[in-house]
Design a protein around this ligand. Sequence first.
Ligand SMILES: *[C@@H]1O[C@H](CO)[C@@H](O)[C@H](O)[C@H]1NC(C)=O
Length: 316
Amino acid sequence: MSVKNEMLLLLLVIICIKYTYSWSYNPYCWLAECCNKDAIPGDINKLRKTLKDRVYGQHLVETVVDALAAHWSSHYKPSKALTLSFHGWAGSGKNYVSKFIAESLYKRGTKSKHVHHFIGRIHFPLEEHTEMYKENLYIWLKGNITNCAKQLFIFDQVDKMPANVLNAIKPIIDYRDVVDGVDYTKAIFIFLSNTGSGLINEYYEEQWNKGKKREELRLRDFENLIAQGAFNEEDHYIPFLPMQESHVIECIRDEFRQRGVMGPSPLHINEAFEFIQWGPDHSKLFSKTGCKRISAKVGVLVAKYYRPVNEGNDEL
Ligand SMILES: *[C@@H]1O[C@H](CO)[C@@H](O)[C@H](O)[C@H]1NC(C)=O
């Protein structure tokens, strides 16, 4: 073989390898998580369905689905990263919805290496380390987004973080187009906080007393109450409404269903329901903890009353 032919062969091999690596059935991607359609299906229909089936009393969340659908749509090139800000009381579903978003967009859901979950009190506890947190955050965001543009960053308990930490990502969020060879525009940021939840609840109670239906409330009704998120520049502010009796019961039923109990007895639903505390003091209209802790409670009930008889022999 002449040198020329050898060079040609080498070139061919290189081209082949390059193509295999960008191919979604690349054997490497069977084991590791790649940055392709397989690992990141971005399944908006699944998200729509899950939210409809498993999130109760939060009709305003639909805006999120539309925003996500638009952001990763193949017909549209976003001009900047997408930022969503979720506000509401504990247990109103902010974390729940974030989890469903991760599970619909990424095959490995919250375990995906493209999904990052930061919790204010755990990851950024100390005011005096603010500069270090900022540096790390910037490096991580840049590093991850360089490797794969479609990253999801969830910041929980934003109101518990030192005020300046998120300034580190402000430039990343504001960048339009490519900077230093990094395209930040496909990234998604979700900020969760209790900020504004008192006002949301008050406003909701006021409307409820006037006889207005929950489903009639519009996003713009809440705009002035929560237009103060992590940066004041998020694309969408979503209020999570406080949970009332009917929503809590739906949550309980859902937890039973998740454990294979399709028709729990009213007695057992009641048992799960009883431990919930209601507020505010004057009206007792809302569950103070939303649907939080219901899962554990129902788990205990299912083990107690519904465990199949053939499971373990202490039933004999
Ligand atoms: C990606 O983010 C994680 C934190 O979620 C960080 O530990 C890791 O170092 C980052 N990767 C790169 C390449 O920067």
